[in-house]
Design a protein around this ligand. Structure first.
Ligand SMILES: *[C@@H]1O[C@H](CO)[C@@H](O)[C@H](O)[C@H]1NC(C)=O
Ligand SMILES: *[C@@H]1O[C@H](CO)[C@@H](O)[C@H](O)[C@H]1NC(C)=O
Ligand SMILES: *[C@@H]1O[C@H](CO)[C@@H](O)[C@H](O)[C@H]1NC(C)=O
Ligand SMILES: *[C@@H]1O[C@H](CO)[C@@H](O)[C@H](O)[C@H]1NC(C)=O
Ligand SMILES: *[C@@H]1O[C@H](CO)[C@@H](O)[C@H](O)[C@H]1NC(C)=O
Ligand SMILES: *[C@@H]1O[C@H](CO)[C@@H](O)[C@H](O)[C@H]1NC(C)=O
Ligand SMILES: *[C@@H]1O[C@H](CO)[C@@H](O)[C@H](O)[C@H]1NC(C)=O
Ligand SMILES: *[C@@H]1O[C@H](CO)[C@@H](O)[C@H](O)[C@H]1NC(C)=O
Ligand SMILES: *[C@@H]1O[C@H](CO)[C@@H](O)[C@H](O)[C@H]1NC(C)=O
Ligand SMILES: *[C@@H]1O[C@H](CO)[C@@H](O)[C@H](O)[C@H]1NC(C)=O
Ligand SMILES: *[C@@H]1O[C@H](CO)[C@@H](O)[C@H](O)[C@H]1NC(C)=O
Ligand SMILES: *[C@@H]1O[C@H](CO)[C@@H](O)[C@H](O)[C@H]1NC(C)=O
Length: 404
């Protein structure tokens, strides 16, 4: 998709009118294009950033120059037939108490009532951050702040980049430094391509070296979205690298490196007793799951995992839930995982359990195949393959027995 700007060239007097309203630092040129440079230390860039989006975010182009844009309040970028060149960073002011007040963020992500400080919406747009720009999350301040506090879903910690109700959008070569919480979320969107994404939640506080100070820093959560592509991602996090949540369909994932964290998660599905969660036609290839040195972070006990809530309602979302969809065999859920095909896997596991499935006896897991699956346990350990309530599994080098 390349927006066609030629058709929307504005006449010179329009540009002059824009200049009358421009905020300091924002330059508007003919042809509906805006250029914005950071105002500099101690200054607030939020007004001029939002002014550029409002003036050039439809049928236009916006260039954010290199450097740091000081963002002090929540933002929605509504982009339609627009191109954004983001050479610098949107630097979200690290005022934890301010952002935790939910009236200072958006609650557009329905699942777990998560909060967002930066929402991109619209259609036919491209945001290219040229591998020099993106979002500065100032996460270290957040991780320190929460080090001795309970961390709950929906507690107000903001998602760094939320793509919401977007159609035919491209996010390219985008850097997100130290996300406080989920790095990305795409919700209620379709036909979106992320090509080039770096998320880096790395603790540098020596007090917490060797522990996972960065829980909930998921690379992305996908929800209620169709035809999304995640290409060329590099994620360092302390939680799900990718979390494929309910009603994600036709998802393509290619060339993703997950450093630390919990690997790739499907779910958790079934948190809302009144909603069915469908995940269908997910294709992933060229994945690398890499443990970090334990001096940095101890996590990554799984490469890929599938999780669902139980069939019983225990508490309410965002923290509790379960029971979805209703069924007569509580506490076993009727959520079923099937059609799971693993091809060309190589590598080493830290323990002897290579594969473990514990499925709901109400429905079982079905049709699981392995092809060229060569993951080995530590030397002298016999590999163990566990299958509980699985109807069909083939291709492992030993029987998948129901033992723990
Ligand atoms: C960001 O803007 C706020 C409000 O004007 C100001 O207090 C703060 O110093 C600025 N931060 C930076 C890094 O410039
Ligand atoms: C943008 O372009 C579309 C398609 O030509 C047109 O209908 C719309 O009025 C334009 N909007 C603005 C704000 O220029
Ligand atoms: C949250 O912010 C709103 C709007 O500024 C304010 O009215 C409210 O008192 C704040 N709540 C808390 C708990 O600080
Ligand atoms: C949490 O840590 C902060 C900073 O280290 C400290 O000021 C605060 O008292 C601690 N809170 C609790 C509940 O331990
Ligand atoms: C999926 O999205 C891409 C990118 O917007 C688009 O080119 C493609 O046509 C879409 N596929 C379908 C089946 O809609
Ligand atoms: C991630 O962040 C850490 C800590 O700031 C830094 O040392 C490292 O170089 C970063 N990695 C990448 C790939 O940017
Ligand atoms: C895979 O993605 C990384 C960025 O995470 C990129 O540097 C590399 O060139 C990509 N590899 C291929 C084969 O495209
Ligand atoms: C499902 O339940 C949630 C509350 O848990 C509610 O917000 C939502 O509107 C309900 N959805 C439907 C379709 O009933
Ligand atoms: C998922 O899609 C199905 C079918 O359209 C719908 O019934 C269900 O409510 C959706 N679930 C969520 C979580 O949106
Ligand atoms: C797995 O371990 C073996 C033996 O220690 C080593 O040679 C190999 O490089 C490791 N493979 C990976 C993918 O780390
Ligand atoms: C199926 O699951 C039930 C409930 O968790 C368990 O009691 C049973 O042993 C499982 N069946 C097999 C063959 O593992
Ligand atoms: C589920 O799988 C188990 C084997 O683990 C089998 O004994 C049982 O009959 C299956 N149940 C259903 C409902 O297919």
């Amino acid at each position: 998709m390349k927006p066609n700007f030629a058709r929307f060239a504005h006449s010179a007097w329009v540009a002059v009118l824009f200049l009358l309203h421009v905020t300091r630092g924002l330059e508007v040129r003919a042809g509906n294009s805006c250029t914005v440079a950071p105002l500099g230390p101690g200054q607030d860039d939020t007004d001029q950033v939002l002014a550029a989006i409002s003036q050039c975010g439809t049928n236009g182009t916006i260039t954010f120059e290199e450097g740091s844009f000081n963002i002090t309040r929540r933002m929605i970028w509504d982009l339609n037939n627009a191109k954004v060149d983001l050479h610098g960073f949107m630097n979200f002011v690290p005022d934890v108490e301010f952002w935790l007040n939910k009236s200072n963020t958006y609650q557009v992500v329905f699942i777990q009532s998560q909060s967002s400080w930066f929402v991109v919406t619209g259609s036919d747009f491209e945001i290219d951050a040229h591998n020099t720009g993106g979002i500065q999350g100032n996460g270290q301040i957040w991780w320190n702040f929460f080090s001795n506090l309970t961390k709950d879903d929906g507690d107000g910690r903001p998602i760094s980049l939320t793509v919401y109700r977007a159609t035919r959008g491209i996010i390219r070569n985008f850097l997100i430094d130290s996300q406080p919480f989920w790095c990305n979320c795409v919700a209620e969107s379709r036909d979106v391509i992320y090509d080039g994404m770096l998320c880096n939640a790395t603790n540098t506080n020596p007090e917490f070296a060797g522990t996972n100070l960065v829980p909930n820093t998921d690379g992305i959560d996908t929800y209620r979205s169709d035809n999304i592509s995640l290409l060329n991602w590099d994620i360092t996090c302390g939680d799900d690298c990718l979390a494929i949540k309910g009603n994600t369909t036709n998802l393509l994932v290619r060339n993703v490196t997950c450093n630390g964290g919990n690997g790739i998660a499907f779910g958790s599905l079934g948190q809302y007793f009144n909603l069915t969660d469908i995940v269908e036609n997910v294709f992933m290839e060229d994945l690398r799951m890499i443990r970090l040195p334990t001096s940095v972070q101890p996590d990554m006990e799984t490469g890929v995992y599938f999780k669902s809530w139980t069939g019983e309602v225990v508490g309410v979302p965002p923290v509790g839930g379960g029971g979805g969809p209703p069924n007569a065999l509580k506490p076993h859920p009727t959520l079923t995982f099937g059609g799971l095909h693993f091809e060309d896997w190589t590598g080493n596991s830290t323990g002897s359990t290579i594969v473990s499935f514990a499925c709901s006896p109400a429905v079982n897991c079905t049709d699981i195949t392995f092809d060229s699956f060569d993951v080995t346990p530590p030397a002298n350990d016999a590999p163990s393959f566990i299958c509980r309530n699985v109807t069909s599994v083939v291709g492992l080098q030993a029987p998948c027995n129901a033992t723990w």
